[in-house]
Design a protein around this ligand. Structure first.
Ligand code: T3D
Length: 265
């Protein structure tokens, strides 16, 4: 992993990789450089055994404001803009990198998460929000459909009717409402946000990492399959979990009345 990026801050500590989108002057709107850098980091983290949890967050007062509309308008005016479905493939690559990464990825959302930034937060495995967070499927406000997997993620998280409302009306939802709807896992007071995110990430980073990778595979497959297929996959994944050192050491620790220590192997 590189030591510096143009629009990201990347910091590794105790197995937690914290990736901060860093264009605060435009509320961390995505330009192509930031999107490419984020994709690079997520793809590299997936094969880096020292990373046991990834936290994605934004610098300053926001998580992110979606696609940079100024660079979009400039590219359009200069005729250098590719077809939008081609441009979207770049976003799809980062969404798929997050979903397939064999590590838990947590979005830590402070302030606004709008447009495709909102949907990248939804692509993460879990979300922690500060109580000032707000989520906006802003697309319909500018005549677009939710992209970056938004239609898929929203439907899974809140169901068809609510997804329809959030996508069509594009109203802002508060952190508290997002927690009630199941969009965020937990909402914490702003003053406690950083310590709550750090504690959550540290806990995940000191868990049975290989088993977490299997759980991630299991939960996402189950969301898209029938019971018979889910039960079949469960058996295959449990065969693998049974072989991990963390499983075997944790059983021994239980029998010896000790707390287990997970090495991630
Ligand atoms: O390219 C493709 O592949 C298509 C994909 C599209 C994906 C999408 O994400 S579409 C949705 C794009 N995003 C939006 O439509 C949201 C636009 N922003 C807003 O509606 C508001 O800024 C917010 C509701 C997010 C926040 O409002 P507020 O009042 O807290 O902040 P603000 O004053 O509007 O913004 C602060 C600054 O950030 C401001 O710049 P200034 O005036 O201080 O120089 C504003 O222009 C800038 N900014 C905010 N969002 C964007 C942005 N600059 C460029 N692009 C943005 N998306």
């Amino acid at each position: 992993m590189r030591s510096t990026y143009q629009h990201l801050l990347v910091q590794s500590d105790g197995g937690v990789l914290t990736v901060t989108m860093n264009r605060p002057e435009v509320l961390n709107a995505f330009n192509d450089v930031m999107l490419e850098e984020l994709t690079e980091v997520m793809e590299e983290a997936a094969s880096d055994d020292s990373v046991r949890c990834v936290v994605l967050t934004g610098a300053g007062r926001a998580f992110g404001s979606g696609q940079d509309l100024r660079s979009l308008a400039e590219a359009r005016a200069s005729g250098t803009r590719s077809k939008v479905s081609e441009h979207l493939q770049k976003y799809h690559r980062v969404v798929l990198a997050i979903r397939s990464m064999p590590r838990p990825v947590v979005a830590a959302v402070r302030g606004v998460a709008a447009g495709i930034s909102c949907n990248i937060a939804l692509a993460c495995d879990m979300r922690i929000a500060a109580d000032d967070a707000r989520f906006i499927e802003a697309f319909a406000r500018i005549g677009l459909v939710p992209d970056g997997g938004g239609g898929y993620f929203l439907t899974k998280l809140v169901g068809v009717g609510k997804a329809m409302e959030l996508a069509m009306l594009a109203d802002e939802i508060s952190a508290q409402e997002a927690e009630r709807l199941g969009i965020v896992n937990t909402c914490v007071p702003s003053a406690e946000f950083e310590s709550a995110v750090a504690a959550f990430a540290r806990r995940l980073a000191s868990g049975p990492t290989r088993t977490y990778a299997l759980i991630k595979q299991q939960i996402y497959a189950a969301a898209d399959s029938d019971l018979a297929s889910a039960l079949h996959l469960e058996g295959e994944l449990q065969d693998m979990a049974f072989e991990t050192q963390d499983h075997q050491a944790a059983v021994l620790a239980f029998l010896q009345k000790r707390k287990p220590e997970y090495t991630g192997r």
